[in-house]
Design a binder for this molecule. Structure first.
Ligand SMILES: [Zn+2]
Length: 178
C-alpha cells in the first residue's frame, strides 16, 4: 500500500508540474465568496465560470499576456457558460485553489496550447457569490427537514453511514425480538 501511494503521489506531482508550469494560455484570477459554513466543512460547490477573468499576471493593469486588456477570456462569445465542480478544502480562512485548464484561452498564434490556470480565491462570508451553489451530497430525510435541525445536523457522508448502521441495528433488534 505504501509503495502504491508513493507512486500515485509521484505521478500526481509530474502531472501537476506539467499542468502548472508548462506552456499554456494566460492565467486568470477569480474571487468568489461562499458562506463560512461551506468552507469550514469543506463542502462541494458548483461554480459558473465567468467569460472574462482578471489577468493573473498584471492583476487587471494590462500586460503583454492579456493584450493590455487586464482580462483573459475563458470561452468564445457563443459558447454556453462553463460549470465546474469543486471540493473545497476545509478552512476557516480564505483559500486559493489552482485549477488547471480553467483560465484564459491561448492566443490565436498558439491555438494548440491548453488554457491557462484559474487561480480561484475562495473567501468566507455570508452569502455565496452569483453562480456559486453548494452540491448536495444526499437528499435530507423528512425527519430532519426542519431548518434548525438540518443546520445543526448537516448531512455528511460519514453521518449518513452512521445513520444507516444505526438503522440496520434497530431493524435487526426488531426482527430478533419478534
Ligand atoms: Zn495582463
Amino acid at each position: 500500500m505504501g509503495n502504491l501511494r508513493q507512486v500515485t503521489q509521484a505521478l500526481g506531482r509530474v502531472l501537476q508540474r506539467d499542468e502548472l508550469e508548462g506552456p499554456r494560455g494566460p492565467d486568470g484570477r477569480l474571487r468568489v465568496t461562499v458562506p463560512r459554513g461551506w468552507l469550514a466543512e469543506g463542502r462541494s460547490i458548483e461554480l459558473e465560470v465567468p467569460r472574462m477573468l482578471e489577468c493573473a499576471r498584471c492583476g487587471g493593469g494590462g500586460c503583454d499576456g492579456c493584450e493590455r486588456s487586464g482580462a483573459v477570456t475563458t470561452r468564445g462569445r457563443k459558447e454556453p457558460p462553463e460549470l465546474i465542480d469543486l471540493h473545497l478544502p476545509a478552512s476557516s480562512q480564505a483559500v486559493t485553489v489552482r485549477l488547471p485548464r480553467r483560465g484564459g484561452l491561448p492566443s490565436d498564434e498558439t491555438p494548440d496550447l491548453a488554457r491557462g490556470l484559474m487561480l480561484l480565491l475562495v473567501v468566507p462570508g455570508d452569502e455565496p457569490s452569483a453562480g456559486v451553489r453548494v452540491v448536495e451530497v444526499a437528499a435530507q430525510p423528512a425527519a430532519v427537514s426542519a431548518p434548525t435541525l438540518a443546520a445543526r445536523y448537516a448531512l455528511t457522508p460519514a453521518r449518513l453511514l452512521v445513520a444507516a448502521a444505526v438503522l440496520l441495528i434497530v431493524l435487526c433488534v426488531f426482527v430478533a425480538t419478534r
